[in-house]
Design a protein around this ligand. Structure first.
Ligand code: NAD
Ligand code: UD1
Length: 339
């Protein structure tokens, strides 16, 4: 199948490319490298021993995007491109709405023009907001609490409305929980710019000596050990979920939102202990006050993914930490700058 992949040079996109190429799909990546690296794409080519088309461009550039989609004439699209930092979205909300909402609308318009009616979209568990009950299932109310989450909820709504008015169209909205880990080769992985916002990349940078100590945001939550609980999902399992979603979207019309998590909650302390085992050294930390906006617990109901996609995660927390450590220790400063 011909698959057009926006944001393929980023963290989740690059891992999904490996899965797509291994399954024999023909791929075109569309990325502006604002948070992705051409080196990641070069490594994907090496690892999979396959080539792919790459177009450097911005999803906000409606014409360039439409041209790239028309030229490639895809059977399906996977839409990763977007901005994803919650804190930053509070500071520059318009940029978030333009990229994540208008950019997605540009993509649907380009697909319409090229006669492509299949999309898998990167959504987030953040669309649920405060938990009214746990685990989060897909019928839990959508009530995001920050601009980033609202852009994802709006893009979901736009895509849903598009499927209602586009004959034969099919969309899968994958609501990721907490993607972590790296490809087993250690050649590609998460390469955050500046100070990592998320837990595992921060822990990885402490382990490799780039940062001195982790700050644990609160140990007074109502959880097993007082620290926040999340549903961490191995990025390679997440990549496999995209392939399953692509296959599923071929046989149905309409729009489905599907959680992608393990259904298991892990506390910050448990993750830190597992990472220390994986890297063979202690992770120094301080307990500091809670991070504003954080919830105590978040984890997924996973039965819909299993039922509709026939997908189940394979990797446990130790595998997530080991693969992250391989990537971080082999690439302490992330990807080298492209020449
Ligand atoms: P990432 O930043 O590593 O990848 C995004 C890619 O999109 C990058 O290569 C970037 O250069 C590209 N991009 C950004 N803006 C663009 C634009 N205007 N035009 C073209 N390309 C553009 O992020 P990721 O972690 O791989 O996340 C991928 C998607 O999954 C995002 O939409 C994100 O919101 C969503 N998501 C991520 C997480 C997570 O924790 N990583 C969780 C839930 C949802
Ligand atoms: C973050 C995003 C969320 C996104 C999700 C998936 C915020 C506020 N939310 O949520 O929108 O969907 O990632 O990637 O950014 N922690 C520490 N110290 C740190 C970093 C984190 O103790 O330096 C704790 C947090 O308090 C939390 C847990 O680790 O309990 C996980 O944090 P993080 O990785 O940022 O993920 P989320 O909070 O789930």
């Amino acid at each position: 199948m011909k698959v057009f992949v926006t944001g393929g040079a980023g963290y989740i996109g690059s891992h999904t490319l490996i899965a797509l190429l291994a399954a024999g799909h023909e791929v075109c990546v569309f990325d502006n490298y604002s948070n992705g690296s051409p080196v990641a794409l070069a490594r994907v080519r090496q690892l999979s021993n396959c080539d792919m088309e790459v177009v450097e461009g911005d999803i906000c550039d409606e014409e360039a995007l439409a041209r790239a989609v028309a030229d490639f004439a895809p059977d399906a699209v996977i839409h990763f491109a977007g901005l994803k930092a919650v804190g930053e979205s509070n500071d520059i909300p318009l940029r978030y709405y333009r990229t994540n909402v208008t950019g997605s609308m540009n993509l649907l318009g380009a697909m319409d023009a090229a006669g492509c009616g299949r999309i898998v979209f990167s959504s987030s568990a953040t669309v649920y907001g405060e938990a009214q009950y746990l685990p989060f299932d897909e019928v839990h109310p959508v009530a995001p609490t920050n601009p980033y989450g609202r852009t994802k909820a709006m893009a979901e709504q736009v895509i849903r409305d598009w499927t209602l008015t586009t004959p034969g169209a099919s969309a899968v909205l994958l609501r990721y929980f907490n993607p972590v880990g790296a490809h087993e080769s250690g050649r590609i992985g998460e390469d955050p710019q500046g100070i990592p916002n998320n837990l595992m990349p921060f822990v990885a940078q402490v382990a490799v000596g780039r940062r001195e100590r982790l700050s644990i945001f609160g140990d007074d939550y109502d959880t097993r050990d007082g620290t926040g609980e999340r549903d961490y999902i191995h990025v390679v399992d997440l990549a496999a979920a995209h392939l399953a979603a692509l296959e599923f979207s071929g046989g149905v019309e309409g729009c489905e939102a599907i959680n992608v998590g393990t259904g298991t909650s892990i506390t910050v302390r448990e993750l830190v202990d597992a990472y220390a085992r994986a890297c063979g050294r202690p992770i120094p930390f301080d307990i500091v006050p809670r991070r504003p906006g954080d919830v105590a617990s978040s984890y997924a109901a996973t039965d819909k993914a299993e039922r509709l996609l026939g997908w189940k995660p394979k990797f446990d927390l130790d595998a997530m930490c080991l693969s992250s450590w391989r990537w971080q220790s082999d690439n302490p400063d992330g990807f080298p700058l492209a020449k």
